[in-house]
Design a protein around this ligand. Structure first.
Ligand SMILES: [Zn+2]
Ligand SMILES: [Zn+2]
Length: 101
């Protein structure tokens, strides 16, 4: 039996590491990132600067309000909550509509 070991890229040092040697964090954008044990030890507080993470505006969708919006932070502007936020799938059609609007 072959054991496939999952390899992931540490979002901090960009090294390829075994997933069992990483922990993952959820950014306020809802994005999941991996941090290797080495980086975790160097930076135990888990302070990730937004500059390093290159946070961009993304399409989000609040299931509670049925409201689609674009923001860097996954907080709904209507209900001011982030628990029902989903990452929207940005289709080409949506992008075109965005440009025309
Ligand atoms: Zn690392
Ligand atoms: Zn909402």
């Amino acid at each position: 039996m072959v054991i496939v070991r999952a390899r992931v890229t540490c979002d901090h040092c960009k090294k390829f590491v075994d997933r069992s040697e990483t922990r993952y964090l959820f950014l306020h954008t809802g994005e999941k990132i991996y941090e290797c044990f080495h980086c975790y030890k160097k930076n135990p507080t888990g302070n990730w600067s937004s500059e390093e993470l290159n946070v961009v505006k993304r399409e989000l969708y609040c299931e509670r309000c049925k409201y689609r919006f674009k923001a860097k932070v996954a907080i709904c502007p209507y209900c001011s909550k982030g628990d029902k936020i989903e990452m929207g799938n940005i289709s080409v059609k949506d992008l075109v509509g965005e440009v025309i609007a």
